[in-house]
Structure formats: structure tokens, C-alpha cells
Design a protein. Structure first.
Length: 151
């Protein structure tokens, strides 16, 4: 076997692996989270997920309108009494144009952060977009109905 043939599977795997991508989503600092509403909690086994978004986004959802640009929806994942990770979706004007039309979730972008603010570079945020695309009629949110009922 030639060297180039031996390297082909490795080269192909590296070329097709999809990992985290730089994007426009901001890491939500404690100060930013303090300005948001904790609108629901989801428990899955030993994981507790606190969901946050802005009062303006909650008002828009209750009115059946689109959430405003600049909105963040944060899933804060708690395990064993500590924040384990944060999933953040953020909407910005024309942010969808950063992606091919077939993989766009309107103007939402997604990021997976460790609590220290670093991005998990092994996470495929394209999976986030792909899954959230199925919620187009709910502002791309899986907790849309919880947000709508929040008072």
C-alpha cells in the first residue's frame, strides 16, 4: 500500500468532520443572565436545565410576534449543584445569511459554552440549527409554549 493510500481514510475523516464554528453568539455573563427571565425549568434525570430569555422576547411570544433581534435564549445545564454547560441561541439581523439557505434557522445562531466562557470546539452546532429548524412555527424554540405561558 502506498503512503498516500494509507492516509486517505484519515484525510477524508478530517475533511468531513464537523465541529464547532465561530459565530456571532455572545457568551452570557452572569450580569447578562441577571437581566433575563427564568421562564421554565426542565429536569432530565440528574440534569436540571434552567431556561432564560428577555422580557421583550417573552412579550413578543405572548403576542404571537417574532422575537426581536438581539434576543438570547439560554439553556443553563446544572449537574451536581454546578453549572455544567450553557447552550445559547441568539438572533440577529440577517444572521441567517451566514449559512446556506438549506441549513438556516431564520436569523438564529447557536453556540455551546463551558461555564468559563470557552466554546466546546467538539460540538457540531449545525445539529442545533438542524433540529431547531423543525420549530419554525414556534420562533425556533423547543420551550416556546413554556415561554408563552410565563407570567
Amino acid at each position: 500500500m502506498t503512503l498516500s493510500r494509507a492516509l486517505l481514510p484519515t484525510t477524508f475523516a478530517a475533511a468531513t468532520a464537523v465541529l464547532a464554528e465561530p459565530n456571532r453568539v455572545r457568551f452570557p455573563t452572569d450580569e447578562m443572565i441577571a437581566e433575563l427571565e427564568h421562564y421554565t425549568t426542565v429536569t432530565r434525570g440528574n440534569v436540571t436545565e434552567y431556561m432564560y430569555t428577555s422580557p421583550e422576547a417573552l412579550s413578543a411570544i405572548r403576542e404571537g410576534a417574532e422575537v426581536p433581534d438581539g434576543t438570547q435564549v439560554i439553556l443553563q445545564d446544572w449537574r451536581e449543584g454546578e453549572v455544567y454547560r450553557l447552550f445559547v441561541m441568539e438572533k440577529g439581523e440577517n444572521w441567517g445569511a451566514d449559512y446556506d439557505e438549506s441549513s438556516r434557522a431564520d436569523d438564529w445562531q447557536f453556540q455551546w459554552y463551558w461555564p468559563d466562557g470557552t466554546v466546546n470546539m467538539d460540538e457540531n452546532t449545525g445539529r442545533c440549527r438542524s433540529c431547531h429548524m423543525s420549530r419554525e412555527d414556534r420562533n425556533f424554540m423547543f420551550t416556546y409554549n413554556d415561554a408563552r405561558r410565563f407570567e
